[in-house]
Design a protein around this ligand. Structure first.
Ligand code: NOJ
Ligand code: CA
Length: 526
């Protein structure tokens, strides 16, 4: 079998740094905090961490508004802390992936301060400035993801500027060669520091229609959906020209050893896969969010896996994601029993899995009182992402062992029984399930890099076989609370190695597999 790289056989763990571990008792997680928790990361067995933005930022969007691409926000630590973290991670064989936010800067970034100072500023066209329509209204109908028009009027220079997100996050003009130069220099800066790759924020947004045409209305829009969904972003996102930028980014990473380029892209499969490039020259891993966006139905998930497997260009490596800092947590979307099946799915599908911190405990969305909402998306359009960003639940102790100070977001109400300490050593816990799945993936090539064969099933059973080097594994997940049966005549017999109902482990199965409601099993086939 051909050799695979670390980002193909390994798993990635996303850390939202504000909420992982606080080292200096200000209630906000930081880099030295992460450093104190490397034993834990090594113990669960992840191969890489992706850290959400740690750059200087006014924090209008909690770091996704960058004011300096080549430094560390003092809240998170210093460059020395970053170097220490890189070294310590690498010493343990853990790679470090940084979040890179090229689509927009903070409105307080010196480039934008300069750009908005006057129409003749040398950096004026580093951003997207347009005249008002004759009636004074914005240049077109484009909407901000966070609500309202994507255009903000600047009284000083009497033009509008474009921002796909907050008005504090003006979009850069990626057609400008100087912008590219500077952003690529920032990427090189971190690669030289030793980071192992980037997760590139909203990669599909970078280039906008040169003619600024209006986006068409979305005929399927339903009241109650976010206002942004009222239009199809046909002209403001996913423009063909963006592929050239992806290639340029990739070419930069290729000058270094085994670095990984991950793209955050919310698009349908047939568009998503174009971000792999045409000749293996695009992103290594355009994030595949289907397990987040699809209903938890066996038929739909099975069809989506097959569609995705079929759509991958030659040589492209798949990947799967269950959750992130922008989405409700998996345990709150599908419930705790099914979150166990989700874990098995994530860690046994073909492709690189990305875990979201706390999901390995079955952390759930927390209740945040309206007066405590921090997230600008929550404040603006009522869809707060705070519930999925609460502090990591380390113990039942004060502030869940996250900090000695009251944390910046409230704790999940279940932290006293849902935490690392209480789940460690408990054979039936979510944490133990994650640990065992990751360990098994590491020893069984069939589960990490093996081939994928769907099994046709009826009802709510999702089943497939993974195979490599003569080893075959059956994964069978009952996505419903009702019992189900899977005939094994065409599959063969074997031994249950992991089961949600742990008492079934080591049992032999043949002829047919009985799955009680919500059960899921991993069977080593004979
Ligand atoms: C995607 C990030 O994941 C999200 O948190 C952020 O608000 C937007 N991009 C804007 O940067
Ligand atoms: Ca801190």
């Amino acid at each position: 079998m051909k050799a695979h790289l670390w980002w193909q056989y390994g798993s990635i763990y996303q850390i939202y740094p504000r909420s992982f571990a606080d080292s200096n008792s200000d209630g906000i997680g930081d880099l030295p905090g992460i450093l104190t928790r490397l034993d834990y990361l090594q113990d669960i067995g992840v191969d890489a961490i992706w850290i959400s933005p740690i750059y200087p930022s006014p924090m209008a969007d909690f770091g996704y508004d960058v004011a300096d691409y080549t430094d560390i926000h003092p809240l998170f630590g210093s460059m020395a802390d970053m170097q220490a973290l890189l070294q310590a991670c690498h010493a343990r064989g853990i790679r470090v992936i940084l979040d890179f936010v090229p689509n927009h800067t903070s409105s307080e970034h010196p480039w934008f301060v300069d750009s908005r100072a006057s129409r003749t500023s040398a950096k004026r066209d580093w951003y997207l400035w347009r005249d008002a329509k004759p009636d004074g209204s914005p240049p077109n109908n484009w909407l901000s993801v966070f609500g309202g028009s994507a255009w903000t009027w600047d009284e000083t220079t009497r033009q509008y500027y474009y921002h796909a997100f907050l008005k504090e996050q003006p979009d850069l003009n990626w057609r400008h060669p100087r912008v590219r130069e500077h952003m690529y220099a920032a990427m090189r800066f971190w690669l030289e520091q030793g980071v192992d790759g980037f997760r590139v924020d909203v990669l599909w947004h970078l280039i906008k229609d040169e003619e600024w045409r209006d986006n068409p209305p979305n005929p399927d829009y339903l009241p109650g959906q976010v206002p942004y969904a009222a239009l199809i972003p046909a002209y403001s996102t996913d423009q063909p020209e963006v592929q050239g930028i992806v290639q340029e980014m990739r070419a930069i990473l290729d000058q270094y050893d085994e670095r990984v380029l991950i793209g955050e892209i919310y698009l349908p499969i047939h568009r998503l896969v174009t971000y792999y490039g045409t000749a293996g020259d695009g992103a290594h891993l355009p994030f595949n969010f289907q397990l987040i966006t699809l209903p938890w139905k066996a038929g739909q998930i099975a069809a989506a896996i097959s569609e995705y497997e079929g759509a991958l260009p030659a040589g492209a490596w798949p990947n799967w994601v269950l959750g992130n800092h922008d989405q409700p947590r998996i345990a709150s979307r599908v419930g705790l029993p099914q979150a166990r099946n989700a874990a098995i799915l994530l860690l046994t599908l073909r492709g690189t899995p990305t875990l979201y911190y706390g999901d390995e405990l079955g952390m759930r969305d927390a209740v945040i009182f309206p007066e405590n909402i921090q997230d600008p998306q929550g404040k603006n359009i009522g869809v707060s992402r705070d519930p999925a960003r609460t502090p990591m639940q380390w113990s039942a102790g004060s502030n869940a062992g996250f900090s000695e100070a009251p944390p910046w977001l409230p704790l999940g109400h279940d932290y006293e029984h849902c935490n690392v300490e209480s789940q460690t050593g408990d054979r039936a816990s979510m944490l133990t399930l994650y640990r065992r799945l990751i360990a098994l993936r590491r020893t069984e090539p069939a589960l990490s890099v093996g081939s994928y064969h769907p099994i046709f099933t009826e009802g709510e059973v999702l089943a497939y076989i993974r195979e490599a080097e003569g080893q075959r594994w059956l994964v069978a997940l009952n996505l419903s609370p009702r019992p189900a049966l899977l005939p094994l005549d065409a599959i063969g017999s074997g031994q249950i190695v992991i089961a949600n109902e742990t008492r079934r482990e080591t049992h032999r199965v043949q002829d047919r597999l009985i799955l009680s409601g919500d059960d899921g099993v991993l069977v080593r086939l004979d």
